[in-house]
Design a protein around this ligand. Structure first.
Ligand SMILES: [Fe+2]
Ligand SMILES: [Fe+2]
Length: 310
C-alpha cells in the first residue's frame, strides 16, 4: 500500500520505472484555436459590463408577450399594462434562473471532464468557456437579486450519471448544446424587440455574443462524439439517446412555466394556470420554434429519425 496517502487509498503516482514523456506538445484543433482567439478579443469585466439601474420594467416589459408562458390564457387577457409588466419581470427572472441552474450543472460537469484525454487538446478553450458561463451566472443572479427578490429555486438538472462513459459524455455535451441553442432562440427574441427594457436586452445580447462561440464548439465536439460512438453502437442506440434528448428539451422549456412566478405576479390558481399554459397553442409554438434548429442538427447526426423530426 502507498504510504503517501493518509486515507490509505491506492496512490495514483506512477511507478518509478515510468519512462519520461516523449510525446509532442498537444496542439489545439484549428477551429478551437480560432474560438480561443475570438474569446480573448471579447474578454470583459462582468462587474463593469452592465450599468445596473435602480429598477427595471417601470415603463417597459422585460419579455415580449410571445415569451410569456401564459400569453394564450384568459388570465393574461385580463391583465392591464401594469400587470403585464409585473408578470414579465418575474417571467424574465425565471428564465434567467432556469438558465443559471443549467449553466451551473454544465460548469460542474465540464470541470469534472477537463484535462481528460478526450478533451485535453481543447482544455485551454474549456477553461475560457467555464469563465464565460460563470460570468453569465453572475449577471443572471444580479438581475434576479436586484429586481425580483432572488434567484428562483433549482429543480435539478437531468444530466446522466451512469452508463458507459462514451455515452454519458455524449449526452452531457449534447444537453449543454441543446440548452445553449434553445435559450439562444429566446435571447434573440428579446433583443429583437426594441420595446423591451434596455437593461434586459443588454444582458440577453451579452449572452448571445458569448454563446455563438460555445454553440460553434458544442456542435463540432458533438459531431466528433457521435462519429466515435457510431463505430461501436447501432442506429437503435443512437435513436434511443436522441429520444432521451428530445424529452430533455421539453423538460427544460416547461420550466419556463413556473407557478411561483404566477404567485409573485399576484395571479390566482397558479398550478392550474401552469397546466393551461403548457397546453396552450402559444407555448407549443414557442417550444417548436426554440427547438427546430436543434432537431435539424440531431437528425443530421442520426440521433433523431426523419419521422421523429417531423
Ligand atoms: Fe451562458
Ligand atoms: Fe454556453
Amino acid at each position: 500500500m502507498s504510504t503517501d496517502d493518509p486515507a490509505g487509498r491506492a496512490s495514483r503516482m506512477p511507478p518509478e520505472t515510468t519512462p519520461p514523456r516523449t510525446a509532442p506538445p498537444l496542439t489545439m484543433p484549428p477551429r478551437t484555436a480560432r474560438l480561443m482567439d475570438l474569446t480573448r478579443a471579447a474578454f470583459c469585466d462582468p462587474y463593469e459590463i452592465v450599468d445596473w439601474p435602480e429598477s427595471v420594467g417601470d415603463d417597459a416589459q422585460c419579455l415580449p408577450d410571445r415569451l410569456i408562458s401564459i400569453v394564450d390564457t384568459g388570465a393574461f387577457d385580463a391583465l392591464d399594462r401594469a400587470g403585464r409588466r409585473r408578470l414579465s419581470l418575474f417571467e424574465c427572472a425565471n428564465l434567467f434562473s432556469v438558465l443559471l441552474h443549467g449553466e451551473k450543472a454544465y460548469v460542474a460537469g465540464l470541470a469534472a471532464r477537463i484535462h481528460e484525454p478526450a478533451t485535453a487538446s481543447h482544455a485551454e478553450y474549456l477553461h475560457a468557456l467555464i469563465d464565460e458561463e460563470n460570468k453569465h451566472m453572475y449577471l443572471f443572479s444580479q438581475f434576479c437579486t436586484r429586481y425580483a427578490g432572488g434567484v428562483y429555486p433549482d429543480h435539478g438538472f437531468p444530466f446522466p450519471a451512469d452508463g458507459p462513459k462514451e455515452e454519458t459524455d455524449l449526452v452531457f455535451y449534447a444537453q449543454a448544446l441543446l440548452m445553449e441553442e434553445m435559450f439562444d432562440h429566446l435571447n434573440r427574441a428579446v433583443v429583437g424587440d426594441p420595446s423591451i427594457d434596455s437593461t434586459v436586452r443588454r444582458i440577453h445580447q451579452i449572452h448571445i455574443d458569448d454563446e455563438a462561440r460555445h454553440i460553434s464548439f458544442g456542435r463540432a465536439h458533438l459531431e466528433d462524439l457521435v462519429e466515435r460512438l457510431a463505430q461501436t453502437a447501432g442506429a437503435g442506440r443512437l435513436l434511443a439517446i436522441g429520444a432521451y434528448l428530445d424529452r430533455y428539451m421539453t423538460v427544460m422549456l416547461e420550466r419556463l412555466a413556473n407557478p411561483r412566478v404566477y404567485q409573485d405576479a399576484g395571479l390566482d390558481d397558479a398550478y392550474a394556470l401552469r397546466r393551461q399554459a403548457l397546453a396552450s397553442e402559444g407555448v407549443r409554438s414557442l417550444h417548436a420554434a426554440a427547438t427546430v434548429r436543434s432537431r435539424g442538427f440531431l437528425t443530421k447526426l442520426g440521433l433523431v429519425g426523419p419521422e421523429q423530426a417531423a
